[in-house]
Design a protein around this ligand. Structure first.
Ligand code: HEC
Length: 230
């Protein structure tokens, strides 16, 4: 009989109770009757405290207010810091040569680029190069300033190439500052392989005065007779 029971694992609870009761009798049977089946685990803990929900809702609300008041509303000064940096760099005072260079680039683009070209290499047989030119990279600017003030004509050799053309005078159109700027741009232009010194407006003014009475374009021979630097 007992062997029979142990072979039946699916005995009912009452059957088990009866079995466990054995000789201990009623006491054991009672304690078994008190045990209730445990609540299914899955149903526990799915309920969240309303206070927790309220708490997070309040935090979200506060965060929204915070972003609203300190977020900058997509203002470019806040959202686009790169622009801000560029803006700042624009305002930082630059060296005198940097300013002359920037202005000279404008003058060059307005008055010289048509012939001497954006890359400063000119046009073979017509317009001589300024990039790498001996006339440009002389020690001083005495000849260059004269070329721009009064023009240049006749046979000339620039970087081994022959030219025989005419460049008009700019004395009337360009101020001392403009000429100083454009010559600084040309002479210190590293992209063109030039690394000479900047030219000051005072120097241009001095040469402008010294050549006031002159009319007519310079020739290469005339210029070569003038010392390039003081
Ligand atoms: C209409 C065309 C033209 C324009 C514009 C022009 N040039 Fe020239 N430039 C020439 C020619 C042509 C020569 C060579 C003249 C010759 O053959 O004797 C020359 C020669 C020169 C030279 C000496 C030779 C050399 O190549 O180094 C310099 C320096 C120069 N120009 C600078 C300038 C500057 C700076 C400007 C602007 C302010 C300018 N030129 C505008 C045509 C021009």
């Amino acid at each position: 009989m007992s062997q029979n029971r142990s072979k039946k694992p699916r005995a009912t609870s009452s059957g088990q109770g009866a079995r466990k009761a054995g000789s201990h009798g009623v006491l054991v049977a009672e304690s078994i009757a008190v045990v209730e089946p445990p609540e299914p685990q899955a149903e526990r803990g799915v309920y969240t405290s309303i206070w927790l929900v309220t708490f997070f809702a309040l935090i979200l609300y506060w965060a929204g207010l915070y972003v609203d008041s300190y977020g900058g509303h997509f203002n470019s000064l806040v959202s686009a810091r790169g622009d801000m940096l560029a803006d700042l760099e624009d305002r930082v005072p630059k060296s005198e040569t940097d300013e002359l260079f920037a202005r000279g680039k404008q003058v060059y683009t307005t008055y010289c680029v048509a012939c001497h070209q954006p890359n400063g290499r000119g046009v073979a047989g017509q317009f001589p190069p300024l990039a790498g030119s001996d006339w440009v990279n002389g020690v001083g600017p005495n000849r260059m300033v004269r070329i721009v003030l009064n023009g240049f004509q006749g046979p000339v050799t620039v970087s081994g190439q022959q030219f025989n053309n005419v460049m008009l005078a700019w004395r009337a159109q360009l101020s001392d500052e403009d000429i100083a700027a454009v010559l600084t741009f040309v002479r210190t232009n590293k992209d063109w392989g030039n690394s000479s010194t900047a030219v000051s407006a005072a120097k241009v003014a001095e040469i402008r005065q010294a050549t006031e009475g002159r009319s007519g374009y310079w020739t290469a021979d005339e210029l070569l007779a003038i010392p390039d630097s003081d």
